[in-house]
Design a protein around this ligand. Sequence first.
Ligand code: SF4
Length: 212
Amino acid sequence: MESGNSALTQKRNYQREMEQILHAANNAPHVLLHACCAPCSSAVLERLTEHAKITIFFYNPNILPETEYRFRLEELQRLLREMLLTGEVELLEGSYEPERFLAFAKELAAEPERGERCRKCIRLRLEMAAQAAKEIGADYFATTLTVSPHKDAAFINAAGFEIAEKYGIAWLPSDFKKKEGYKRSIRLSQEYSLYRQNYCGCPFSKQETETN
Ligand code: SF4
């Protein structure tokens, strides 16, 4: 069973697992890619569109205030218009429902990044991505979140596999920061003059950035 946070899970090479899946596919699979922002999406799209048809799913109830949420979405839309990509990409916007995030996050306000608040936040976004992938008939669901060195790729992949079993839709493992993925996202962000936010998304991460 593909789940858990064991030492074994920590050692897995999710980038290689993703490559093996994509290279073994006879036809380009349809991947629903949960995306958090344009900078993270840039390098991930460049890597994935060579091998897959992509539906980007922008579902981020954790981003506050709403003006910030709208601006991140607009930057993603601009990137999709301007970036030269080899494959097919479409954008699907999820509902903006910050109350759903705040319902569990408020009492976890003091948690540090990568703590319980972040784990619940990531799980919520992956669960919604799995449901959306199922609805549109995608072959896999995945997330851009593993491009960030601030995120725990082992946790994200373990959660992805668990959620995949729950919803009956395959998880595409990833560790997009590997093979210079994170550096590439910085270069592409400069090339397309993308807005690079200085906090993860929620008010708690904003406060943490401002006080450090
Ligand atoms: S720091 Fe980022 S991942 Fe963690 S709860 Fe806030 S928005 Fe979600």
